[in-house]
Design a protein around this ligand. Structure first.
Ligand code: HEC
Length: 194
């Protein structure tokens, strides 16, 4: 096959795939209730991971996994993330189940397989075209984001006692409309529901 023929066939293949994809989308409708397909999840995730700069991927946590840092991360998580990711990070919340793409379970091997630097990058910058907001400046200084990274890492092995502790802490801090009081960040806009 000549190079021109091969290029023409490739272009035709791409156009046909785009057309079929378009028809499927129109027939299915742009609804967040549609279940993302496995292929779509794989492609979106791979593209997102590829878009995280190498230097950011290699970032290491400057904080120690001390009880204080972990507790600070847990409190931030409960006040700012639990709405979508759930009190235990399992993301089985009304928001988590109904966003498109779905909010991932932070215990999963996919999340835990991300480097600390990649988790930091995702929390600080958010993820375009998804419900994941950016929490970096002006919301959080880097130290707080690293505390969140420590907490996300700790979900790898949340003991039953920690889970109970987490639920107790969460119900003690719950405010109307599901938002949770945030003792450290009086200025955080999300917290005020803005
Ligand atoms: C409004 C809902 C929402 C809130 C609030 C939220 N997230 Fe997310 N989060 C998402 C969604 C949706 C994704 C999936 C993004 C994607 O598909 O790439 C996500 C992805 C992530 C990931 C990547 C996990 C993975 O395996 O891809 C991490 C880590 C994360 N969030 C941490 C946090 C932290 C920490 C907070 C609080 C500071 C937070 N999120 C607040 C919706 C939310």
């Amino acid at each position: 096959m000549t190079p021109i023929k091969a290029s023409l066939l490739t272009v035709l293949f791409i156009l046909a795939t785009a057309a079929i994809g378009g028809v499927v989308l129109i027939r299915r409708g742009f609804r967040a209730t549609s279940e993302p397909s496995g292929l779509e999840r794989l492609v979106a995730r791979s593209v997102r991971n590829l878009a995280i700069p190498r230097t950011a991927q290699r970032g290491t946590n400057p904080l120690k996994a001390s009880a204080e840092n972990l507790q600070a991360g847990r409190e931030l998580f409960l006040t700012q993330c639990a709405n979508c990711h759930g009190v235990d990070g399992g993301s089985k919340t009304p928001m988590g189940r109904n966003l498109y793409p779905r909010v991932p379970d932070l215990h999963s091997p996919e999340t835990q397989g991300l480097s600390d630097g990649a988790i930091y990058y995702i929390i600080a910058n958010g993820v375009q075209l998804t419900g994941m907001p950016a929490w970096g400046s002006p919301h959080q200084p880097p130290e707080k984001i690293w505390q969140l990274v420590l907490f996300v890492r700790s979900l790898r092995s949340l003991s039953p006692t920690e889970q109970t502790e987490q639920s107790a802490l969460s119900s003690a801090r719950r405010l109307p409309f599901g938002w949770l009081r945030h003792s450290h960040q009086a200025g955080c806009r999300m917290e005020r529901g803005m």
